[in-house]
Design a protein around this ligand. Structure first.
Ligand SMILES: CC(C)(COP(=O)(O)OP(=O)(O)OC[C@H]1O[C@@H](n2cnc3c(N)ncnc32)[C@H](O)[C@@H]1OP(=O)(O)O)[C@@H](O)C(=O)NCCC(=O)NCCS
Length: 258
């Protein structure tokens, strides 16, 4: 796994490894076949059930990346990792026992994995060219503070601000593991602050002083936000080459050979 990752040991508290892979809209069949070798039967079956080719490719690359990265840190065959879902659908490591926690996000052209030893970590990636109606969606889902902030900007800045807020909100609800069961209006981000800051309404039952957030511009087309419930957050970015990932997937497991 030498070409995949810079890190060779589990991460200390407060540190998150962000692994990202650029993926084509259509995965060549030969590449998909090699990536599928990292997945157990039930995940291959899930991959085969996707009706949309793009979504299928994102799922396949995400799970292949996750399994490859986990197996660089533990003497476990990539296919042997078992994941279990929380009541809101968030997968976590069920076996073998591991100190690691992860969250995955994908969008057209990109898969991102956030990994660390802190349990509350969330990530969201969005592409900048996705079609959005910022004011309409913000009015429906964002907090009044966020909507006011958005409306105060010139129109040409709406898309950028909207996506900054969207990725941060999504990273937070994913870190909580509750998805849209959390009311999106009940917390407000200030994305211009560095690092971004948040304000929670009492109804959210959470304490903003315990959360840290980072925004990462992966390339000219993709934006990422990371959320973690930690006193200090350091994000390490690792760009993983899809071909390298697929090649290693095709090799026998080499435990600890980093
Ligand atoms: C499911 C949800 C958690 C994320 O969905 P998404 O943005 O479509 O997808 P992402 O690519 O960012 O994340 C999907 C991954 O998150 C993980 N995930 C699934 N449910 C999750 C949950 N409840 N909490 C955290 N992570 C979750 C999974 O690993 C999934 O990938 P996989 O199925 O390939 O393993 C949820 O927030 C949702 O349905 N969002 C819809 C989008 C929306 O309206 N957002 C409003 C933001 S303002």
């Amino acid at each position: 796994m030498k070409h995949l990752l810079p890190a060779s040991s589990p991460l200390p508290p407060g540190e998150v490894l962000l692994c990202c892979v650029n993926i084509p809209r259509r995965l060549p069949e030969e590449l998909a076949t090699r990536l599928r070798r990292a997945l157990p039967e039930e995940e291959c079956a899930r991959h085969a059930r996707y009706g949309d080719e793009g979504a299928a490719g994102e799922f396949l690359c995400g799970r292949a990346l996750l399994r490859a990265v986990l197996s660089t840190w533990a003497p476990v065959d990539r296919r042997a990792w078992r994941f279990a879902l929380n009541p809101h659908g968030r997968p976590g490591i069920a076996s073998p026992e591991s100190p690691l926690h992860f969250n995955l996000s994908h969008t057209r052209g990109m898969v991102v994995l956030a990994l660390g030893c802190d349990p509350w970590v969330g990530v969201d990636v969005e592409r900048l060219d996705r079609s959005v109606r910022p004011l309409e969606v913000a009015d429906r889902f964002f907090s009044p503070l966020e909507v006011d902030g958005l409306r105060s900007l010139p129109t040409e800045r709406h898309r950028d601000r909207f996506l900054a807020l969207w990725t941060l909100k999504e990273a937070y609800i994913k870190a909580r593991g509750m998805g849209l069961a959390l009311p999106l209006r009940d917390f407000s981000f200030s994305p211009d602050a560095s690092p971004p800051s948040v304000r929670f309404e009492p109804s959210l039952g959470d304490d903003e002083s315990r959360w840290r957030f980072e925004r990462v511009d992966l390339d000219s087309g993709h934006r990422v936000a990371v959320a973690a419930k930690v006193p200090r957050l350091t994000v390490h970015l690792s760009r993983v080459d899809l071909e390298a990932l697929a090649s290693h997937v095709g090799l026998p497991h080499t435990a600890g050979a980093v």
